[in-house]
Design a protein around this ligand. Structure first.
Ligand SMILES: CC/C=C\C/C=C\C/C=C\C=C\CC(=O)SCCNC(=O)CCNC(=O)[C@H](O)C(C)(C)COP(=O)(O)OP(=O)(O)OC[C@H]1O[C@@H](n2cnc3c(N)ncnc32)[C@H](O)[C@@H]1OP(=O)(O)O
Length: 302
């Protein structure tokens, strides 16, 4: 069975995020997802969407307490919400932020990568790929309003956005810290970082698993603006206004020109990337590293 849930229309691949859901009722889900969003807002258990149709934007808040770790459920709901907004011509931009105090997202859910079977790892990784592709190639303007810690997969999500505003709090560190867990950031995580902060800075940041505090994150270009915590949302809104002042077609074609080659690299090897992940994460040594890391996280409290 092909692992990639997508279909080709002309030169465009349309991904169907729910196609890999176990037992998904495709027709019903598809028609629901393609409905108009309107002004009332919508959301799901873990993704809150606050639309402002008059402004053409929506604020999307991740709310999977305590730390917005990217579980399969959160990934699924995230992609469905994104697609709803993408398919509604009313919307031109999304501000992506967190509803969990102090944390933007703790990154991939370690529980999804520990003690499970290969089929689960494959399903999980496919969902991670899907979210990245959706975000990275989104036609909408995406602004990350980073109001909390932003490690690993959380950082990756913010890096897919067109602009990042980070709250000025020393606890709100950001970076790809995979090596600290004894794991390796996949090539498309690395590519996304290199495209943002350049090769040499990425090399150092990735090998050392650096989590940058706000001033350093700004200095290396990991974020575009650092502002007091109570100004993150208003700053994101004014940045959005600037981006929306550009005609959509010109901005979208330019974004696509800048990003397509990076995305295509993964699109062309999704299945082998899944196999690599499953093989890597299933290793006893890697499972042990992740367990040790989880243990340290839990100990921190006690
Ligand atoms: C050859 C290569 C081939 C293929 C590629 C192979 C592999 C690549 C594989 C994976 C790539 C992964 C990228 C990732 O995203 S891994 C996740 C990395 N994330 C982190 O390191 C963050 C860990 N968390 C924290 O640092 C902190 O929790 C915090 C700063 C985000 C928040 O701190 P708090 O003090 O507010 O909260 P805590 O008390 O620490 O946590 C509360 C609660 O949540 C649990 N938890 C935290 N993070 C995660 C997580 N990522 N997944 C699951 N659970 C998490 C934590 O254990 C606490 O649980 P309990 O309440 O103790 O039960």
């Amino acid at each position: 069975m092909a692992l990639v849930a997508g279909m080709r229309v002309g030169s465009r691949v349309l991904f169907r995020p729910w196609a890999w859901l176990p037992g998904a009722a495709l027709g019903r889900k598809e028609s629901a997802a393609r409905g108009r969003v309107g002004a009332r807002g919508f959301g799901s258990q873990r993704v809150l969407v606050e639309p402002d149709p008059a402004a053409g934007i929506a604020v999307m808040k991740l709310k999977s307490p305590p730390v917005n770790s990217l579980s399969l459920e959160l990934l699924t709901e995230f992609v469905i919400s994104l697609e709803k907004l993408e398919n509604d011509k009313t919307f031109r931009g999304i501000i992506l932020t967190s509803d969990c105090p102090g944390v933007f997202s703790a990154g991939l859910d370690l529980m999804e990568m520990c003690g499970k079977n290969p089929a689960h790892y494959a399903e999980y990784w496919k969902a991670v790929q899907e979210l990245w592709l959706r975000l990275y190639l989104s036609n909408l303007v995406l602004i990350a309003a980073i109001n909390g810690a932003c490690p690993a997969g959380g950082c990756l999500i913010s890096l897919t956005c067109d602009y990042r505003v980070l709250a000025d709090n020393p606890k709100y560190v950001i970076g790809l810290n995979e090596t600290l867990l004894g794991i390796v950031a996949p090539f498309w995580f690395k590519d996304t970082l290199v495209n943002t902060i350049g090769h040499r800075t990425s090399e150092r940041a990735l090998q050392l698993g650096i989590l940058f505090p706000p001033a350093e994150a700004l200095q290396v270009g990991m974020v575009d603006k650092v502002v007091p915590e109570d100004q993150v949302q208003s700053t994101a809104l004014s940045v959005m206004a600037q981006w929306l002042s550009i005609p959509d077609h010109a901005r979208q074609l330019t974004k696509n020109m800048m990003r397509k080659a990076t995305a295509d690299r993964l699109v062309k090897q999704r299945d082998s990337d899944i196999q690599n992940f499953v093989g890597f994460i299933s290793r006893d040594s890697i499972q042990k590293s992740l367990q040790v890391y989880l243990g340290k996280l839990r100990q921190k409290k006690g």
